[in-house]
Design a protein around this ligand. Structure first.
Ligand SMILES: [Zn+2]
Ligand SMILES: [Zn+2]
Length: 208
């Protein structure tokens, strides 16, 4: 009788252990679920052709290994006159980032696409023309095709988008010359930048 009691007690303990393990696995699974990739919202400003936005979407999807449902194209908006610089020749990227930040839904990151010239303050240069800018980390980034040259401008625009998106995910500049997170240093190195290096890719995809 005593042996039977010990056996039943051991069986109960075993059931409890299995039940607790299952509970733990369930929690882990739901954590993985909640860490799914955030949505990327593509926000075009005035006069960006739809075919270019669609190409950009495909490029981001492929490079970030994302499902197409994670990249959403939203209705285009006009470039606001209040974001112009003093000489009214360029749009201030920092002002546009503030606007994008306000427009960004809570579940994602917003990428502004602009075909006009954009600028930012860089050291002694109060109004320095740039190709892109992004919060690091943050929810908003912006790219412009204005300074891109060559027949593969659209491919370069995609690389620029990945670079600025990388900043929003906390990636800083990388010393690997072929890496998309290489510092532009005021030049266009986009043809040499072929993809994210192994360590940058690991960081950028860690939440997926
Ligand atoms: Zn950068
Ligand atoms: Zn890298």
């Amino acid at each position: 009788m005593k042996k039977l009691f010990v056996f039943i007690s051991l069986l109960s303990l075993l059931s409890l252990f299995i039940w607790l393990s299952l509970l733990k696995t369930q929690n882990l699974t739901s954590n993985i679920g909640s860490n799914q990739a955030k949505s990327i919202y593509l926000q075009a400003f005035t006069n960006v052709p739809t075919k270019d936005i669609l190409r950009l979407k495909n490029q981001l999807q492929f490079a970030l290994k994302l499902d197409s449902s994670h990249i959403k194209i939203v209705a285009p908006i006009s470039l606001p006159a209040w974001a112009l610089n003093q000489t009214k020749t360029r749009y201030r990227a920092d002002s546009l980032l503030k606007l994008l930040n306000k427009l960004c839904p809570s579940d994602g990151v917003i990428l502004g696409i602009c075909y006009s010239d954009i600028s930012s303050t860089k050291g002694i240069h109060k109004d320095w023309g740039i190709m892109g800018l992004g919060y690091c980390p943050g929810k908003a980034c912006i790219i412009s095709n204005y300074r891109l040259k060559g027949a593969n401008k659209l491919e370069k625009l995609g690389k620029l988008a990945l670079h600025e998106y990388g900043h929003t995910q906390g990636l800083k500049h990388c010393s690997t010359i072929t890496c998309l997170m290489r510092d532009a240093e005021g030049k266009d190195h986009l043809n040499e930048m072929t993809g994210f290096c192994e360590s940058c890719l690991k960081i950028i995809t860690k939440t997926y």
